[in-house]
Design a protein around this ligand. Sequence first.
Ligand code: HEC
Ligand code: HEC
Length: 403
Amino acid sequence: MNKKPTKVFVWPFYTRLIHWLIVLSFVLSFVLSFYEHLLNLHVAFGIVFGLMLLYRIVWGFVGPDYAIFSTFKLSFSALVFYFQEKIQNRYRDIPAGHNPASSWYTIIVLGLGSVIAFSGLLLYGVQEANGYLGFLNHLYYNHADGLTFVHTYVSYILVGWSVVHISGVLVEHFYHKTDMLWTMITGYKIAIGENTTPGKKRGLITWSFLLLSVFVFFVSTDGRNNPFVANRFGTINIKKESPIYYEECGACHKAYPAFMLPSSSWERIRSGLDNHFGDKISPDHNDTDHRITTDEQTVIFKYLTQNSAEHSTREISVKVMKSLDGARGRKSITKIKIWKDIHKDIAPYIYKSDQIKDRSNCFACHKHFEYGVLEDVDIQVPTNLTWTKKKKKTKNTNKSSKI
Ligand code: HEC
Ligand code: HEC
């Protein structure tokens, strides 16, 4: 072994490629997580991240010399010694492979990353009811919040942990002058040790993982009908399920899917039909904006209460029920706390545009909502909004004061 520090080939192409793919897939997935409607891409990069981590773990057993776990230095005293030497000796000689700090660093990244990737995969099934794990929604929908917490905060921890890593590299490069910044690009390190040899078999393993990642990536970003991403709930056909509800309640606005409100809300809406958001709906009155007979009302509200939020494990239904916390349902979903929380970033004037008209017009921003679809990829606030001044509504106020 060389006793003097020279340029040693430490990280072969595959190791560097995997390193950067882990970085890239994590960063992209993290950034995309802030864009609800890009969930599919977030998931796709998340899966690539998970696969790359898995590959790195396999690499830790079958990879070339410096990458394998058995060369990691994990004793606590070695770690303390490493930092002591780092502080005392600015121009110390460094070993070619992992030092105690980077050994621990890698193990922790693999641990945190696995938690993130696995909890994300579970969430996709448990909360969103999407993909092959969609069946988990029915069983564990109540645990979605806990999983979200783990998934989110462990991701933030990994971001913080990466900052530690980058700082360490910068200190090595600029303070200790070990040229560390280029190591993961060129593969060479000024250190003490032998050049590494990657070997052909390892290339085969690498390419298999890469091909699998590319395949899974494209499949996850593909349309909603493929089983990797398909929603377990599919679409509902209100027109077929309850023609009367579809016809009568769909006269002024599109019929809202029943799972959006709890049965207590539907009951309140029924008993308040006399003044339904300013309109009068009644069975036999001449002076009515829309007539719905008592029998029809019974059929309609039976359908609505039987399919209400408490009977569904959809993400929004579970959230609505949690948000009510045992209280009686509101007449309108836009009055429910969770709805307000979700939409808090949308400025009120947006809803007043000609294209949207009212915040209750979910259909304007949620494509296919009339089919019960509320997927993140379908969220699209219309662009090029316009506002024409409307004349004051006089119709309803006049009517209610009529004797
Ligand atoms: C005469 C017209 C008319 C008819 C018929 C009608 N609605 Fe409405 N409904 C309205 C108006 C107006 C609003 C207020 C929101 C808006 O402007 O879209 C509203 C809002 C609602 C909302 C609240 C949406 C939200 O913000 O969560 C629900 C739920 C609702 N209607 C259910 C029903 C049901 C159930 C029926 C059938 C029994 C029905 N509507 C029939 C006019 C009507
Ligand atoms: C002006 C457009 C607009 C209208 C109208 C609107 N939404 Fe939304 N909605 C959004 C946007 C944008 C988001 C994403 C918010 C975010 O994540 O920051 C969203 C998010 C949601 C989500 C969460 C989706 C998820 O999976 O995380 C639900 C559920 C939802 N809306 C339901 C409704 C319902 C029900 C109505 C009608 C009562 C409605 N929205 C009306 C724009 C709108």
